[in-house]
Design a protein around this ligand. Structure first.
Ligand SMILES: Cc1cc2nc3c(=O)[nH]c(=O)nc-3n(C[C@H](O)[C@H](O)[C@H](O)COP(=O)(O)OP(=O)(O)OC[C@H]3O[C@@H](n4cnc5c(N)ncnc54)[C@H](O)[C@@H]3O)c2cc1C
Ligand SMILES: *[C@@H]1O[C@H](CO)[C@@H](O)[C@H](O)[C@H]1NC(C)=O
Ligand SMILES: *[C@@H]1O[C@H](CO)[C@@H](O)[C@H](O)[C@H]1NC(C)=O
Ligand SMILES: *[C@@H]1O[C@H](CO)[C@@H](O)[C@H](O)[C@H]1NC(C)=O
Ligand SMILES: *[C@@H]1O[C@H](CO)[C@@H](O)[C@H](O)[C@H]1NC(C)=O
Ligand SMILES: *[C@@H]1O[C@H](CO)[C@@H](O)[C@H](O)[C@H]1NC(C)=O
Ligand SMILES: *[C@@H]1O[C@H](CO)[C@@H](O)[C@H](O)[C@H]1NC(C)=O
Ligand SMILES: *[C@@H]1O[C@H](CO)[C@@H](O)[C@H](O)[C@H]1NC(C)=O
Length: 633
């Protein structure tokens, strides 16, 4: 009986409010059944530890099968690859093969807020970092999980789901991030030159605090602000305001201040690359989306990229590109594939016995944002203390908690005093109820002793101030441990290996603690909640800098924002692609994804990746019109 009533609620809203449509909600019973089924599958699902699944039945001695010829082959139909596929196939005379290791994006990935639940899915490659010395100490073997999307739409499809900690957040970073790229010799990459591409992708649907001259309204990708948690969202904004972080649009003229979270949301449905770019183009006859294939090699003849090899259902295939091969496999798999194909650092290729094609610093200059989720507070009020069924029903009315990943409430960008480059060093991201639950340590996959510390969290009353270190000085790397494509690459972010990064993180902690004395916190009786911290309590005096640094090293995990592994620049000594994203010295080969960013941006990178792909599409379309590249195939 109650189910019948809930269906009516959703139906009623569908009919009356254009802001509250969601295809999934048209059959509430089915929606709920699907969510429970997903959670059930997840309970027994084993994340792979290598790519052997692609090779089942593979016979090494069989010849590769011809898969055909296309104008362009895009490797990875993820965040960037999806944008490219859409823009290039808009011209009916251009044929595109977009080849993807994962499967089609399932309907439930549209619910950003499902990230609040811990679950594992096949849509994640399932990497771990190597053992870290200054971070991930609370994880088994000091290795953090390093989820990457393995599904149509890539990480933009999961950047809130499947055992992850993020939230479909739309941030562009700071203007000076891009001006810095340009100052490194990358013509055409100043913020002013990039703003049209940011706008081109965007369909802003919110009006709170918006500075409209900085936003797009006609693009494919919807951006919205989830409905407030009554009173609470405003409380967070007020508290930050009191510390001088004034309320404003962080994607507008100035980034400094506090904002509600702008997210990849179309009403209550995720608007990632799958929903915004791939699905709308999928029926074009010149768009060939090929799923479940592992690309193992770029075929390069006489310094010209002519095609790819891939494994599909245990069989080896090759496909030819008449014009270009574009690698969009993300900041971990792109360097892996280039190295497997003979493009990489000399010592690594030599060590593994890979036939060298070009010596370039592939996999080097990895940067990621360390994320510190360790500052918990308790209010004296109760939020979302409702049943799961009720929360799903509220979702169908476009209400939290499931409309916001991890209960994200607001973001502040902060510049600590030592900063001189105009960019903030710290992002403060507030996760509200009910995300802060006893399972939090399990969500982050901390080792038992540390996950147990979070048992005291109360999902109805607690919230967390999380810190993201925006412009880390530490540099890591992605390397190969084998020339076998079925073996995972090694990811070593080397978090806090430059100790100045620890100082900045500590500066962020001191700044966050000032919130406790604000009028707003007092009004909400928001109090610091002490979490037992094995390995630090007893070792150091509670609340001293030494204790904090110990906690930071234990609880810091990857922000999951890897960039730089095929960075853009002029010199082949310190970069892999030029300012048009062409691989130095190779004809007909570009990289278009997060790996090309030469230095990190001051925010979550998805918007920058989409912008990069929009700009790259314009390069490629221009070269196509002018009959370039002029390498003869
Ligand atoms: C859990 C998580 C949460 C995040 N949260 C946010 C957020 O809230 N806001 C934000 O701005 N950013 C967020 N990010 C970061 C953001 O999602 C990424 O920066 C962005 O999606 C990267 O895009 P990409 O195109 O470079 O790579 P991806 O989107 O990862 O695409 C790469 C694609 O290539 C495919 N592929 C790789 N290798 C092969 C191969 N050999 N053969 C065939 N296919 C292959 C992959 O399966 C994948 O689909 C998050 C990331 C993760 C993982
Ligand atoms: C809703 O979905 C269920 C299960 O798929 C199905 O049995 C039922 O008929 C559907 N109801 C409506 C109104 O479509
Ligand atoms: C990652 O670490 C987890 C926890 O230790 C482990 O279960 C998993 O097998 C590891 N995965 C890989 C690819 O090493
Ligand atoms: C690859 O993974 C499979 C299980 O998924 C395992 O049986 C096999 O031993 C692994 N191979 C290597 C080389 O790790
Ligand atoms: C593998 O392929 C070769 C060549 O086609 C064939 O002779 C051989 O029987 C195959 N082996 C198996 C195990 O199928
Ligand atoms: C939430 O509701 C349950 C049952 O209604 C109740 O026992 C519990 O105390 C509530 N939690 C809070 C924090 O009020
Ligand atoms: C700022 O600089 C001073 C002096 O070099 C140093 O002691 C302090 O730790 C720095 N603070 C931050 C947050 O980096
Ligand atoms: C479309 O593609 C064709 C074939 O490559 C090309 O000749 C033409 O100039 C393209 N049109 C546009 C508008 O780019």
């Amino acid at each position: 009986m109650w189910q019948f009533k809930l269906i009516l609620v959703c139906g009623f809203l569908l009919a009356t409010s254009p802001k509250k449509t969601l295809a999934l909600c048209s059959n509430y019973t089915e929606l709920l059944t699907n969510i429970f089924a997903l959670l059930g599958q997840s309970a027994t699902y084993q994340t792979p530890v290598n790519n052997s699944e692609f090779y089942t039945g593979y016979n090494k001695t069989e010849k590769a099968i011809d898969f055909g010829k296309f104008d362009y082959i895009i490797v990875g139909c993820g965040t960037a690859g999806g944008v490219l596929a859409n823009r290039l196939t808009a011209n009916k005379s251009i044929s595109v093969l977009c080849i993807e290791a994962g499967e089609a994006a399932p309907a439930l990935t549209a619910i950003i807020g499902l990230s609040t639940l811990y679950f594992t899915t096949p849509y994640n490659w399932g990497y771990n970092t190597t053992s870290q010395t200054n971070a991930c100490l609370a994880c088994k073997n000091q290795q953090c999980p390093y989820p990457r999307g393995k599904v149509e739409g890539g990480s933009s499809t999961i950047n809130a789901g499947s055992s992850t900690i993020n939230a479909g957040i739309y941030t562009r970073g700071n203007k000076e991030d891009y001006n810095h790229w340009a100052s490194l010799g990358n013509a055409g990459w100043t913020y002013d030159e990039l703003l049209p591409y940011f706008k081109k992708s965007e369909a802003a649907q919110f009006d709170v605090d918006i500075e409209p001259q900085y936003h797009g309204f006609e693009g494919p990708q919807a951006i919205d602000v989830a409905e407030d948690t009554p009173e609470l969202t405003q409380f967070f904004i007020d508290a930050n305001n009191e510390l001088g972080a004034i309320e404003r649009d962080y994607n507008g003229n100035s980034q400094y201040g506090t904002s509600r979270v702008q997210a990849y949301l179309n009403k209550n449905v995720r608007s990632g690359s799958s929903q915004a770019y791939i699905r709308p183009a999928i029926d074009r006859p010149n768009f060939h989306l090929q799923l479940n294939c592992l690309v193992t090699k770029i075929i390069i003849e006489n310094s010209i990229a002519v095609g790819i090899e891939f494994i599909w259902n245990g069989k080896l295939y090759f496909g030819k590109a008449k014009k270009e091969v574009i690698v969009s496999a993300g900041a971990v798999n792109t360097p892996q594939l280039l190295m497997l194909s003979g493009i990489g650092p000399k010592e690594q290729l030599r060590k593994l016995g890979i036939k060298p094609i070009a010596f370039l610093p592939v996999g080097q200059y990895l940067q990621d944002h360390p994320f510190f989720p360790g500052m918990v507070f308790r209010t004296n009020r109760v939020y979302y203390n409702t049943s799961f069924q009720q929360q799903v029903n509220d979702y169908c009315e476009n209400k939290r908690p499931f409309t916001a990943g991890f209960g994200t409430q607001c973001i502040s960008y902060i510049s600590l005093e030592n900063n001189t480059n105009g960019r903030p060093d710290i992002e403060l991201l507030t996760f509200g109820p009910p995300a802060m639950s006893p399972t939090w340590g399990g969500v982050l996959q901390y080792d038992e002793k540390y996950s147990a510390a979070f048992q005291i969290l109360n999902p109805a009353t607690d919230f967390m101030n999380c810190l993201l270190l925006l412009n880390p000085k530490s540099r890591g790397e992605v390397t190969l441990s084998s020339k076998d494509p079925s073996i995972y690459p090694e990811i070593n972010p080397k978090f806090y290996s430059d100790e100045r990064d620890l100082d900045v993180m500590y500066g962020g902690i001191e700044r966050t603690l000032l919130l406790i004395d604000t009028e707003a916190y007092r009004q909400f009786k928001a109090e610091w909640l002490r979490i037992p911290m094995p390995g630090c309590d007893g070792e150091f005096v509670y609340f001293t800098k030494e204790w904090w640094l110990c906690v930071v090293k234990h609880l810091s995990v990857p922000g999951l924002h890897p960039i730089g592994t095929t960075r853009m620049g002029k010199s082949p000594d310190i970069s892999v692609v030029d300012h048009e994203l062409k691989v130095h010295g190779i004809c007909g080969l570009r990289v278009v994804d997060a790996s090309i960013m030469p230095t990190h941006i001051s925010g979550h990178p998805n918007a920058a990746v989409v912008m990069i792909a929009e700009k790259a599409s314009a390069f490629i379309i221009m070269d196509n019109k002018n009959n370039r590249p002029d390498c003869k195939k």
